[in-house]
Design a binder for this molecule. Sequence first.
Ligand code: ZN
Ligand code: ZN
Length: 343
Amino acid sequence: MPQLRKDPIVDRWVIIATERGRRPSDFAHDPVRVDDRSCPFCPGNEHMTPDEVFAVRDGDGAPWSVRVVPNKFPALEIEGGLDREGVGMFDQMNGVGAHEVVIESPDHQAELCEMPAEQIVKVLTTFQHRVEDLRGDPRFRHTVIFRNYGSVAGASLSHPHSQLIALPIMPQLVRAKLQAAREHYAHKERCIFCDLIKQELDFGDRLVAATDYFVTVSPFASRFPFELAVYPRRHCHDIVLATEEETWALAHTLIDILGRMKSTLDNPAYNMIIQTSPSIRPRPGRPDYWGTIEMDYHWHIEIFPRLTKMAGFEWGTGFYINPVAPEEATQHLRNSRRQAVAS
Ligand SMILES: [Zn+2]
Ligand SMILES: [Zn+2]
């Protein structure tokens, strides 16, 4: 019998339809392959990108190991005022924002799940720097960090990279999470994410990996097969505040779970999104708007392998059909590491 499940945070229903009994090998897709063309992100081609806004170097004059440049084809542009206006019943404003590319390694062939932890730490530290810097701009309310891996997931270049977009408005999905977290805290004086982590640790059947610092689960109401969520164990609303120990631990967790995903699902395309606190600048007329965010919100990472396609039902309802139960996905992902270790 298919099951309807509701995400307790964003009130979103999904259909878990396991009748189809699909195994990891049943999701036909072309595994992501890194092409060997040189590209604008490769060392030596720096002139092909806009001027860098940030870089990690091991010393003055040393070559870069992580480099941040504005996106050459930005979704939003950095210059200009917001110019909000109403046009009849419609709202519009200028497409102001920041759109940056984080080039994660000088090595075109590098795969995130095979990079040395030290390199991933540099990338994570770069995210922290850039988010903090973009928060200094009062026009931006929220910065989203995301990684598209493989052309199916929207990556147009195979050189390892992530992107940041700073937005002048709060995205709907982020707002839903923030509101749910605030309401839960108002009722219970507890963080809804901490409650969820505790429950998943106790229950265990959706627990893919747990270290002293991070917990990776298959969400109860996963929209997509093999969807994952990574939570820091320490309550904290903002990735910018992650400690050095935590960034090292996160690097190891990413190597572990992305490696499991790669071996279980034959290197699928995926999207990875880092959900962190928005800019908590007091808003005119709502001085207490962010009053409890440090207690109520909990930064986290979402990962979706791109194995299924959205169809009419999903587009028309916002309801997703997931053919793999999260508990079953967890089993496959756990076993994959055992096999990898054994071989
Ligand atoms: Zn390259
Ligand atoms: Zn928490």
